[in-house]
Design a protein around this ligand. Structure first.
Ligand code: HSE
Length: 339
């Protein structure tokens, strides 16, 4: 590995070591040399915290060792009885990555973690949708007041660039609306039911086994997860002050194989489409999509069409969930803080 003279050490903590937190450790392990040679960043995980315990090492933890925690080949520890909030406040590091599970009712525990990190002067990168869907304005104001970054590309569309695409590459454009498929679990269920006539319960179980579904999959299939992502877009792209309660939501639980067959015969597919517009439209509902429409993507893919005043329509397609995919967005957010 060639070391650059202007190398910057970036110490991160990872709060929540489930699929996504461990995915980030794996990605940092794989990308260490590239991070140094391309970006001049020496990224070290100096602390991780989970409900099960804590690991810290101010010189940097060994990612391969940490990954053994996920397979049960290594036991959790908790040095000195340290709590997660103590780690967030007291450890020496620059960026807290918050990857605990999404709870849209309370936003917890992510909301407290993010607030505490920002109040302690740490940058925050998160994949946790709950805190942003509930308290977007308070958190972004707090980050600005503290001179800290708050980045959340992984919350909407996983690996699919959307928020940074609009902010950076489409800068200067007025965004008229965004519509698309923002939930991989629903897309997987509808695709498998339509293409293979499989029953709903069977396909939902498959989506859970793939690690796509939320801890409580009813939030996927009832449309709540899509609503939460729309709210993050509404607030961050359109400057609204919405919460998920403002979204008109219909899930996919009432979609039958017969309905999918009828749509198919008429040249359509049924997709759970989220839509947000600058006029204030906020809807997540099943819609008929022509088979040749760019929004007709299958499997677990996500897709979004951004309607703009200068660039016209831009459609992005990508993997909306998965540990390495979410970690891709998190890593890009970390790098962007130091560019
Ligand atoms: N449960 C979500 C989905 C995960 O299926 O898209 C990513 O937010």
């Amino acid at each position: 590995m060639s070391m650059r003279s202007n190398m910057k050490t970036v110490r991160i903590s990872i709060i929540g070591f489930g699929y996504v937190g461990a995915g980030l450790a794996e990605v940092i392990r794989r990308k260490r040399a590239d991070l140094v040679s391309t970006y001049g960043l020496d990224v070290r995980i100096v602390g991780i915290a989970d409900l099960n315990g804590i690991f810290i090492d101010e010189q940097g933890l060994d990612e391969a060792e940490l990954l053994k925690l996920r397979t049960g080949a290594k036991d959790w520890e908790r040095p000195g009885g340290m709590t997660t909030l103590e780690l967030i406040k007291e450890l020496d590091y620059e960026v807290m990555v918050e990857t605990t599970h999404t709870d849209v009712t309370s936003g917890q525990p992510g909301l407290t973690h993010i607030t505490t990190a920002l109040e302690s002067g740490r940058h925050v990168v998160t994949s946790n949708k709950g805190p942003l869907a509930l308290e977007y304005s308070r958190l972004t104001d707090l980050a600005a007041a503290q001179g800290c970054a708050l980045k959340y590309e992984a919350t909407v569309g996983g690996a699919m660039p959307l928020i940074s695409l609009i902010r950076d590459n489409l800068a200067g454009n007025g965004v008229l609306s965004i519509q698309g498929i923002l939930n991989g679990t629903c897309n997987y269920i509808l695709t498998r039911m339509a293409e293979e006539g499989l029953p709903y319960e069977h396909v939902l179980k498959e989506a859970q086994e793939l690690g796509y579904a939320e801890a409580d999959p009813s939030s996927d299939v009832k449309g709540l997860d899509t609503a939460v992502k729309l709210v993050i877009l509404a607030n961050s792209v359109f400057g609204m002050n919405a919460t998920y309660r403002d979204v008109e939501v219909t899930g996919i639980t009432a979609i039958t194989p017969d309905a999918l067959k009828l749509a198919d015969d008429a040249g359509y597919v049924i997709k759970l489409i989220g839509e947000v517009s600058r006029e204030g439209c906020l809807k997540a509902r099943p819609r008929l999509v022509p088979k040749d429409d760019p929004l007709n993507v299958g499997g677990t893919l996500n897709v979004a069409t951004i309607k703009t005043d200068l660039a016209g329509d831009i459609t992005v397609i990508g993997k909306g969930a998965g540990p390495i995919e979410a970690a891709s967005a998190i890593l890009a957010d970390i790098i962007s803080i130091y560019r």
